[in-house]
Design a protein around this ligand. Sequence first.
Ligand code: ADP
Ligand code: MG
Length: 339
Amino acid sequence: MKLRSVAELEPRDKRVFVRVDWNVTLGKALQVVDDTRIRRTKKTILDLVERGAKRVILGSHLGKAEEGRSIRPVVEYAEGVIGEKIEFCGASSSCKGIEGKIVMLENLRLNPGEDNNGEGYVEELVRQADCYVNEAFGVSHRRAASVVGIAKKLPSYAGYNLIEEVERLQTSIDDPERPLVIIMGGAKVEDKLKILELMSQKADKLLLGGKLANEYQQKGLVLGGKAEVLLPVEGDDILDIGERTREIYAREIRQAKTIIWNGPMGMVEDKEYKAGTHAIYEALMENEPAEVVVGGGDTLAAIRDEKHLERIDWISTGGGAMLKLIEKGTLPGLEVLKR
Ligand code: ADP
Ligand code: MG
């Protein structure tokens, strides 16, 4: 898929709206738990500033609309990561009256127009900018105002990380070195069950864990693909995969040439149920030569303290978006950026 790159944009003296995905996990004290998604936007933001953009307007969502959270704590943290002052606008639709080279809107989802791509809201966003950059892979599967609506109205481009995400994921799924082992877990069962069928066609082995594996077994599902489906041997009502399953999965992982992993193997927020996910990670580390792609907000949060994360070939900043891209081959937010 060929996308228009931010490199082709001439930002001098222009106001550039950059949709970022700073929907990061926050801890109890509202501290940022994992800043991968912020770091991955740095190149695009600094590049625009260096090439003379008049103003960079950042916009992101944080959590679900109904949670009504302010993104202010994330903005303060992000200044340290980006290394530039970021003025917080306090409103989700306009930075009017706020000075600064880099400014950031309040959580876009505080405006109902964001999620339903409302015309009025799109207009408000469009009014502030001369061009648009999508650097928010993790939300590119949503038809939101700041993802699809604004991109249709302004000259629009893909950020550096977005382009790389799409290329890496497409290669590992379309032309993988085999055996391809896909590991799926987590709790977003409805979304994930839908993609299992396709995964079973692409993969050689499909290793299931988490709540996903429980429901798969309880529903008595059968997949049509050629992949061998492996399930936890400890049953269909477990909070983590057990010793025996860890061994079986590790053996498969060690033999793989390509590995795609989304979703924790257990209820990882509770230390007691983290061992299965840790074991999967250890097995990945033992298979240096394999191409390893990992994605999913909770998956990344679960492994963030592990050693040698740099050995993972590609860490995707999107969970749902990664799965949708694999399933559909494209995303609404990418379609509007196609050459
Ligand atoms: P990701 O964000 O990596 O795509 P999900 O959002 O689908 O992953 O799922 C992550 C959540 O799944 C975690 O909050 C974890 O506690 C939960 N989970 C995983 N396995 C189980 C289980 N067996 N029972 C209950 N919750 C589980
Ligand atoms: Mg999640």
